[in-house]
Design a binder for this molecule. Structure first.
Ligand SMILES: Cc1cc2nc3c(=O)[nH]c(=O)nc-3n(C[C@H](O)[C@H](O)[C@H](O)COP(=O)(O)OP(=O)(O)OC[C@H]3O[C@@H](n4cnc5c(N)ncnc54)[C@H](O)[C@@H]3O)c2cc1C
Length: 157
């Protein structure tokens, strides 16, 4: 099997949002020179986010920054998909339930791992070993929790 990030098996990355942040994230990935297929999604039909819709027409010089984004988009394997709303048209799920997951919009559906409980269990096992007790079963089953937020679409009843 080919390694991920090789010519035979390019890394596939999705970027949500085609404003400056999205394009600079894409640029960083291309600079890493890993074979890559990059899909960029935006809820608007056109790219460039607030550079197109926020920066006023009487600031034409600022708007020329999109020439940089055009060059980034010209990379082989780059695709832009407009009119795609994450949380409505595409579901996105995360892992680890970082604090930001709750506060971004749409909120990120994610797996919450009971890291504290896992740490406790491991510590108990280590302490038992240190004190010379036998630790026959080192397996600890820990149940992760699925936290459903808007990034995976409306709740089904
Ligand atoms: C009125 C106004 C005037 C400005 N004037 C200037 C200026 O003169 N000079 C200057 O340097 N800066 C200016 N700015 C600031 C500049 O526009 C922002 O700093 C820059 O656009 C931020 O880039 P961004 O990629 O983080 O966000 P954005 O440009 O907002 O891009 C985010 C993109 O993500 C998309 N998106 C969000 N949620 C979803 C979703 N759920 N699914 C799919 N797509 C999604 C949005 O449609 C958007 O296209 C101005 C901003 C405003 C509002």
């Amino acid at each position: 099997m080919s390694a991920l990030g090789s010519d035979e098996c390019p890394l596939r990355v999705a970027i949500v949002g085609s404003g400056p942040s999205g394009f600079y994230a894409a640029e960083s990935l291309y600079k890493a020179e890993i074979p890559l297929r990059l899909d960029m999604f935006d809820r608007l039909p056109t790219p460039f986010g607030l550079v197109r819709g926020g920066v006023a027409p009487d600031h034409p010089k600022i708007k020329t920054v999109t020439k940089i984004y055009d060059r980034i988009a010209a990379h082989e394997g780059f695709q832009f998909f407009g009119n795609v709303f994450i949380g409505r048209d595409i579901a996105v799920g995360g892992f680890d339930d970082v604090p930001l997951a709750e506060h971004i919009h749409p909120g990120l559906t994610t797996i919450h791992q009971p890291i504290h409980e896992a740490g406790q269990r491991v510590t108990q096992i280590i302490l038992r070993k240190i004190s010379g007790q036998s630790v026959e079963d080192c397996t600890a089953l820990i149940t992760p929790e699925l936290i459903i937020r808007a990034s995976s679409g409306p709740r089904r009843s």
